[in-house]
Design a binder for this molecule. Sequence first.
Ligand SMILES: C[C@@]1(CC(=O)O)c2cc3[nH]c(cc4nc(cc5[nH]c(cc(n2)[C@H]1CCC(=O)O)[C@@](C)(CC(=O)O)[C@@H]5CCC(=O)O)C(CC(=O)O)=C4CCC(=O)O)c(CCC(=O)O)c3CC(=O)O
Ligand SMILES: NC(=O)C1=CN([C@@H]2O[C@H](COP(=O)(O)OP(=O)(O)OC[C@H]3O[C@@H](n4cnc5c(N)ncnc54)[C@H](O)[C@@H]3O)[C@@H](O)[C@H]2O)C=CC1
Length: 214
Amino acid sequence: MRHYPMMVALHQKRCLVVGGGQVAERKIQSLLDTGADVTVIAPSCTAKLEAWSGEGLIDIARRPFEQEDVVHAVLIIAATDDPEVNLAVHAACQPHQWVNIVDRPDLCTFTVPAVVERGDMQIAISTGGNNPGLAKKLRRQLEEWFGPEYGAYTQFLGDVRQRVLRSNLAESQKRAILIELLDDRFLLWTRSGEFERRDQEAERLLHGRDATDQ
Ligand SMILES: C[C@@]1(CC(=O)O)c2cc3[nH]c(cc4nc(cc5[nH]c(cc(n2)[C@H]1CCC(=O)O)[C@@](C)(CC(=O)O)[C@@H]5CCC(=O)O)C(CC(=O)O)=C4CCC(=O)O)c(CCC(=O)O)c3CC(=O)O
Ligand SMILES: NC(=O)C1=CN([C@@H]2O[C@H](COP(=O)(O)OP(=O)(O)OC[C@H]3O[C@@H](n4cnc5c(N)ncnc54)[C@H](O)[C@@H]3O)[C@@H](O)[C@H]2O)C=CC1
């Protein structure tokens, strides 16, 4: 059955990760980027997880998993190296909880995609569990195509779009500007650091005249 791709707001949501190894660390990194409230249950953790705990970014309970640990978590990831423990985590979860069992794709109610991250712009890649290595390879290829400028570019497009939508322009004019805004020149100016030129052109679009005329 195909999974539904969605971007989930996890800010301050309680997330439980059982296991504190390399795989757990990778999943936790992306959870922290969302502002999730992350608790880790594991007898031993990687140095990075210990460091995050020291900085107050995550809570670690340094002991084996217990069934009651899943209570109150909206999202649970079982990432231990013991298949039986991972199964026990799955068994403890309720149907309304989002569950990822790292060694049992068939039991996952969500899986984690490979992600190209450029500020607010994200490209998520799933292979439907067929080959995570392919997702990783495609992520690396796309990272070549979508450079770091896409973060600032997305921000710029968001700011101008908001101004267009809040303006008193006619709907047809708004639509025309939003289409024009996606012309590659704005991307190229962002890439080359010509922000003033880019922003002036955006002003010209918004006001229908040369911004320097003002
Ligand atoms: C179903 C899923 C569940 C989930 O974890 O959410 C899952 C399951 C499994 N992964 C396994 C192995 C590997 N996974 C990776 C890497 C990643 N795995 C990720 C996601 C997913 N992995 C979900 C499906 C995603 C999709 O639809 O494609 C990525 C994309 C996201 C992330 O984890 O952050 C991340 C790349 C991030 C990046 O670099 O961008 C590598 C490569 C490496 O580590 O270098 C290997 C070794 C090579 C190999 O085995 O292919 C195994 C066998 C374990 C064993 O051997 O016991 C299972 C279990 C099974 O398949 O049975
Ligand atoms: N889905 C994915 O992306 C991938 C999944 N895997 C699977 O993930 C598993 C874990 O891999 P790694 O993180 O590399 O292993 P690891 O050996 O680095 O870490 C295992 C962790 O599990 C913890 N643990 C063991 N028993 C526990 C218990 N009873 N309660 C709580 N924590 C417990 C350990 O303390 C340790 O922190 C592998 O066995 C493999 O099956 C492996 C690669 C990718």
